[in-house]
Write a protein that binds this ligand. Structure first.
Ligand SMILES: Nc1ncnc2c1ncn2[C@@H]1O[C@H](COP(=O)(O)OP(=O)(O)OP(=O)(O)O)[C@@H](O)[C@H]1O
Length: 257
């Protein structure tokens, strides 16, 4: 791919009080690709993603977006760049319907009145563009949806805002086999539409099924970022568990195309 990364981090450090969680981390994500972010519990995946999303300001390091150096010091700055995070707990409101959830906090208005028709149309268009046909009515409460459907709504909500980078935190963790397959298809479709997708996952099958690149964190350091087609399951497991892969002969943060 000739295009450069849409998002690139260099030398990122992040501490909480005396505890340094991220050490000199390099990371990049390309448009049209799924980048899997893997690592053991506590490796720093959530912290890295929260730095990308402006929830945690970085202590030092450089953050580039579309080739420009940027300061992302709060979630609004990230949203303005087109970066959206879909959290594991989804932050959907059970008592609200699909349209209300998708526009929560960013409602469309006509004068002082909510423009329900415009919101419903845009929600329908977005779901259709993602080839989501599993929800019966956009006016059904989110509490009536299955886990996979909820995940779909949360993802659709994230792409509604002309997003360019969508970060998904373990989107299949709570799902069964069929629903996992549906959500992975959706993840792939997002990338095929040109979005850069960052997928946090512990599931190697998911990672290999859907990702183009894999970034492996080990104890807060980027052990490697590699093309998925160039590594095996066991090499990735070795990167996650030991931070190294002898066979790959990779250096820290290496593997850029
Ligand atoms: N707000 C915080 N204050 C202090 N320490 C924190 C904070 N957030 C995370 N940490 C520490 O940073 C380290 C990395 O945590 P993080 O949640 O980023 O890892 P993770 O790779 O996402 O793990 P998991 O897969 O278990 O979610 C952990 O040791 C954690 O205890």
């Amino acid at each position: 791919m000739s295009q450069g990364p849409i998002l690139e981090l260099r030398g990122i450090n992040k501490s909480f009080g005396p505890v340094q969680v991220l050490h000199d981390v390099a990371f990049y994500a390309y448009p049209g690709e799924v980048t899997a972010l893997v690592g053991d519990n506590g490796a720093g995946k959530s912290t890295l993603v929260k730095c990308i999303g402006g929830i945690y300001p970085i202590d030092s390091g450089e953050y580039y977006f579309e080739g420009r150096k940027v300061n992302v010091t709060n979630p609004r700055a990230a949203a303005e760049l087109g970066i959206e995070i879909v959290y594991q707990d989804l932050a959907l409101c059970d008592n609200l319907d699909i349209v209300q959830n998708m526009f929560l906090g960013r409602e469309r208005k006509r004068g002082v009145v909510l423009d329900e028709a415009a919101m419903e149309e845009l929600a329908a268009e977005t779901l259709a563009s993602l080839s989501v046909r599993t929800v019966k009515s956009l006016r059904q409460p989110v509490s009536s949806l299955s886990g996979g459907q909820r995940q779909t709504v949360a993802i659709a909500k994230a792409v509604l805002w002309n997003s360019k980078v969508v970060i998904l935190d373990e989107p299949t963790a709570a799902l069964g086999v069929a629903q996992t397959a549906q959500v992975l298809e959706l993840v792939r479709r997002l990338a095929d539409q040109g979005l850069a997708v960052i997928l946090i996952s512990h599931n190697m099958n998911d990672v290999f099924a859907v990702s183009d690149r894999i970034a492996a964190l080990y104890l807060g350091r980027m052990a490697a970022q590699v093309k998925t087609s160039e590594v095996t399951h066991s090499q990735v497991v070795e990167l996650i568990t030991s931070g190294r892969s002898g066979e790959l002969g990779l250096k820290n943060g290496n593997g850029a195309a």
